[in-house]
Design a protein around this ligand. Structure first.
Ligand code: DGJ
Length: 743
């Protein structure tokens, strides 16, 4: 690992275990150019030659006549605006004259051990002896604008964290109208771009297309990272798959409006920019003030998507998630949402808890509907006082009884929202986001609280804290059920209104920080109508996020596949629910629903008192499987073996215990096919010269069922594969456990 400054070549060399990133400085002008990002280069002698400065007639110091041509083809480390580079800019600033040109050039740099936190923002971290940071100070002298381009490299992970801090070092006001977190210019080596898209209950489906000329961007203006788009983009060489080809991944650690863009140009180059969406963004910088962008994670793999996944999992587990639950067993929970929706009382919850405790479930989560007069979704958000008509003896008595059954207790909140029909709204109508003179739009019957305001945050957090202090509550589900619209705040002057979207996100981060500080042992699960705010930013506060409101096993195969491409399984909230499924009406075997949910945080979301005896027996089996294997799922090394999103037939992935002693293989055959042979799936990450005994995990009992005589070498399993028989019937899941046997 390391960052070095090579004086004679005037370049920075950033090394991770398997990659190298090179930045060069053009001497006289101080332009900062991108030289290289890819496989590790130990000896970078001569690399400065790769910086495209000698391409006559463009060389600026030799041919000032063609300065614009130079600007427009040079591979910039952080692109300028309005001075000749006509590709996507990284920064745009309105000065006191209303002009918007910016050109940042090198001033100085610093290389130091460790990585400082980013003020008010989630960010990766690490110890002084495990992370190194490069801070390049650039300046636009005529604006008085300084920018610190920072790059952190991690000793144990092939990832680079980049962000930018702007400072107004001049004497007049500047308006930042665009402030991207990174820019990367490279030659287009026949790249495809991979992005994730969806909708409510259908989050993060993959799309891949060739990068041609022009701009391809994914972005959101919903105020949250959103169900529809994901702050991720990868460039892949054509034909790259899980194991082959080059992959550049970009993942933004941010939960609000973003833009991720790939742009092919006239010279066969490609530029990627990532950061806060510049649309509806404008930040006033008084002299002496600073602005910090969110950080973006860059990864490179020369062996396909698999290593990119490995790098991101490792980075998020070791350098982003802070919860004490990160390496702890998560309690198997049962959530009453799909069991009762708003129609529950203390008696109903206790019935669910009693039945659950007997079957190995460890926590009851009381979802929406426990407060104010919340009998449906049309009211009471903001009135965070217990509804004692539903919970007659109050929260304390309910929680005591649940604890008495040996179960933990968790509760739902939606702190960022307010119902029109609420005591809070009647008292503080101006606490909702609204444009003066315009009726704000309802969505799911609710408005958005203006949490850019300190007094609003203080009030809500006081209410939330009072509830949490009133009983032994060990888990919180923090929900957010609508996008932001009608961006107006009574507390911001006109010339700062363009800051509102970002101030909202900063406010939300501050509330989550306060919550986790006040209750350091709380298990926090974020949620946004399912997976509408599933992003690395939220993982900084909560170790798990509800993945989707769609709990159908087949839909979940696709959603969880792409989610697991970026996030560790320990972050993916997944539950077994009833059939026909409430969202898609599909019926799948109880067993299969269990296997799909076991590849996440695992829990239930159904009325357990209404299950058949057969299904109840299976719950006992599934909870036993979780108790036996939770640590492999949480800590193990994940490998994607087959993609149902691609093949539309079956799904398969493997998790290897970090000690190398055990592996789990999850296989789901979606639709049954006539007259089909068995299927071989090649395993990954085993030891070629070891042997493995294969067990089928029996969902009825949770016991390992030994398949006699099935001992297979790692070499056979990885090269030939493991055989899955064709099964009769649709949606058939199975789970295998491999145990290494000593010869
Ligand atoms: C949306 C969540 O995703 C659901 O799980 C549930 O908590 C509802 N909100 C409650 O309103």
């Amino acid at each position: 690992m390391g960052i070095t400054w090579q004086e004679e070549q005037r370049l920075f060399k950033l090394d991770t275990p398997n990659t190298t990133y090179l930045i060069g400085i053009v001497d006289e002008e101080g332009f900062l150019g991108h030289i290289y990002y890819g496989n590790k280069i130990e000896d970078a002698t001569g690399a400065a030659e790769l910086l495209r400065t000698r391409e006559a007639p463009f060389t600026p110091e030799k041919n000032d006549r063609e300065r614009v041509s130079f600007m427009d083809c040079f591979p910039w480390e952080y692109s300028s605006h309005g001075v000749g580079d006509f590709r996507e800019s990284s920064v745009r600033v309105k000065d006191e004259n209303g002009c918007s040109a910016v050109l940042l050039t090198y001033v100085s740099h610093e290389i130091y051990a460790g990585k400082p936190p980013l003020e008010g923002l989630p960010a990766t971290f690490g110890p002084k002896d495990g992370v190194q940071t490069l801070d390049i100070l650039c300046e636009d002298k005529s604006l008085g604008l300084r920018a610190h381009l920072t790059y952190s490299v991690f000793e144990d992970t092939d990832a680079i964290a980049r962000s930018v801090r702007f400072e107004n070092g001049g004497s007049s006001v500047l308006r930042l109208e665009k402030a991207m977190s990174c820019c990367l210019d490279m030659d287009n080596r026949g790249f495809d771009v991979l992005t994730l898209h969806g909708s409510w209950a259908r989050e993060r489906h993959m799309e891949r297309k060739p990068v041609g000329c022009g701009r391809y961007s994914v972005s959101t203006l919903r105020g949250e990272s959103s169900h529809q788009e994901h702050p991720f983009l990868a460039l892949l060489t054509h034909g790259a798959d899980q194991d082959r080809g080059e992959v550049y991944g970009f993942h933004l650690v941010y939960s609000g409006n973003f833009l991720m863009q790939a742009e092919g140009n006239q010279f066969g180059a490609v530029r990627v920019v990532a950061g806060i969406n510049p649309e509806d963004f404008s930040w006033k910088l008084e002299p002496g003030e600073a602005f910090q962008t969110p950080e973006v994670i860059l990864t490179y793999s020369a062996q396909g998507l698999g290593p990119m996944t490995g790098s991101l999992h490792s980075l998020y587990k070791n350098h982003l998630i802070r919860s004490p639950y990160l390496h702890r067993k998560r309690p198997i929970l049962i959530n009453n949402w799909e069991a009762t929706y708003f129609d529950f009382d203390e008696k109903k919850l206790l019935e669910i808890a009693k039945e659950s405790a007997a079957l190995g479930i460890e926590m009851l989560v009381m979802d929406d509907g426990w407060f104010g007069n919340r009998y449906d979704d049309g009211r009471a958000l903001g009135d965070w006082q217990v509804n004692e008509e539903k919970l007659k003896g109050g929260l304390g008595r309910l929680v005591e009884q649940v604890n008495g059954l040996g179960m933990k207790f968790g509760i739902w909140f939606e702190p960022e929202m307010i119902s029109g029909d609420s005591k809070l709204y009647r008292k503080h109508q101006d606490w909702a986001l609204a444009v003066p003179g315009r009726r704000p739009a309802l969505s799911r019957n609710q408005y958005v609280l203006d949490i850019s305001r300190r007094e609003v945050r203080d009030y809500i957090m006081e209410q939330v804290f009072a509830v949490l202090h009133s009983a032994n509550i060990e888990y919180v589900k923090w929900d957010m059920n609508r996008p932001l619209t009608d961006l107006g705040s009574v507390s911001l002057p006109a010339d700062r209104m363009g800051e509102l979207y970002h101030r909202y996100v900063l406010g939300m981060y501050e509330m989550q920080e306060r919550l986790t500080r006040e209750f350091p042992n709380l298990l926090l699960e974020n949620c946004s109508g399912g997976g509408g705010r599933f992003d690395p930013g939220m993982l900084y506060y909560s170790p798990q996020i509800w993945c989707s409101d769609d709990t159908d096993a087949v839909e979940r195969l696709m959603i969880q596949e792409s989610t697991a491409m970026l996030y560790p399984l320990s972050a993916i909230g997944a539950h077994v629910s009833v059939c026909p499924n409430h969202t898609v009406g599909r019926s799948t075997p109880f067993e299969t629903r269990g296997y799909v949910a076991l590849a996440g945080t695992f829990g239930y979301e159904l009325d357990i008192t209404k299950l058949s005896d057969e299904d109840k027996a299976m719950v006992a089996g599934q909870t036993a499987i979780y108790h036996r294997f939770h640590d492999i799922v949480r800590e193990g090394e994940y490998h994607r073996l087959a993609s149902y999103q691609e093949n539309r037939k079956f799904d398969c992935f493997q998790i290897n215990d970090p000690t190398g002693r055990e592996s789990l293989v999850f296989y789901t055959q979606v639709l049954s096919e006539p007259n089909r042979r068995s299927r071989f799936v090649r395993l990954k990450g085993l030891s070629a010269d070891a042997r493995y005994r294969i067990f089928t995990v029996n969902a009825d009992s949770g016991e390992l069922k030994k398949d006699t005589g099935r001992v297979i070498s790692g070499a056979v399993l990885m090269n030939g594969g493991i055989c899955f028989e064709s099964l009769t019937g649709d949606f058939r899941g199975s789970l295998l456990c491999l145990e290494r046997v000593d010869r």
